[in-house]
Design a protein around this ligand. Structure first.
Ligand code: SF4
Length: 244
């Protein structure tokens, strides 16, 4: 595992330039740790990703991926969602939770896409956020991963880690998106989102971050918020990094 700093970094007097330099070093280290980071929702079209992202609210991507093969096969077009039988759709997506509200969003989404966008998912943020069930987070996921338009996805992991990293003190996701976005090249925004979210899921957990096994510890003002002993920290890592 990487060597770690002996104490938390103090960043109170950091200038904008030094914060940018530190943030970019952290991004490079995270990219080295998670070169395979990607959107963990399965999809093959912008519509599928939009639907999967709506279904992912308040649940895990793994759980969504178990349900979407059936959803995508049964509802291949926006018109299929617009004309869906509510009870049938509710039953299929029930395992993802909040299935009544999600069914409502998907049917309204289908209607809006058919009525206003010829059944196609629009590739622009200002259009995407007008769709039912689609906020900035969902819109940026779709833009970044289905259309190749750089976007920062401020989900629960990204917000928490950005504050732990000392990249921002903002709580509001839109402010986090803008403040953190200003630290990086626009072309890096989508991969930045992936590696930070991967780090939040695997290493920098909400309750017990694995600081002693963290590749950005030397640049992190929150070092010590979790386990600093390298051997104990390694046991906290998850998924492909978890000890065998
Ligand atoms: S695991 Fe610890 S050192 Fe690493 S980013 Fe999270 S709080 Fe900072």
């Amino acid at each position: 595992m990487s060597s770690v700093s002996p104490r938390a970094l103090v960043v109170d007097d950091e200038t904008p330039v030094s914060r940018t330099r530190r943030a970019r070093k952290m991004y490079r280290a995270l990219h080295e740790r998670y070169p395979y980071a990607h959107c963990e929702l399965d999809f093959s079209t912008p519509l599928e990703l939009l639907v999967a992202t709506i279904l992912s609210a308040q649940t895990t991507d793994v759980g969504v991926n178990k349900v979407t093969p059936v959803v995508f096969a049964k509802y291949p077009t926006a018109a299929d969602y617009a004309n869906a039988d509510r009870t049938e759709l509710e039953t299929i997506i029930q395992p993802t939770g909040f299935y009544r509200a999600k069914t409502d969003s998907l049917i309204k989404l289908g209607i809006a896409l058919v009525e206003r966008f010829d059944g196609e998912v629009p590739p622009r943020l200002k259009d995407l956020v007008t769709l039912p069930g689609v906020g900035r987070k969902t819109a940026n996921v779709v833009l970044g991963n289905a259309f190749g338009v750089p976007g920062i996805t401020v989900d629960t992991h990204f917000g928490r880690l950005s504050r732990r990293f000392g990249w921002t003190e903002e709580e509001d996701p839109v402010k986090v998106e803008h403040e953190v976005g200003a630290l990086f090249m626009r072309k890096d925004w989508t991969m930045l989102s992936h590696v930070v979210i991967f780090h939040g899921r695997r290493t920098c957990h909400a309750k017990k971050p694995a600081c002693g096994a963290c590749p950005v510890a030397r640049w992190c003002p929150s070092y010590g918020a979790g386990e600093t002993d390298p051997d104990k920290a390694a046991k906290l890592l998850k998924y492909e990094l978890a000890p065998r």
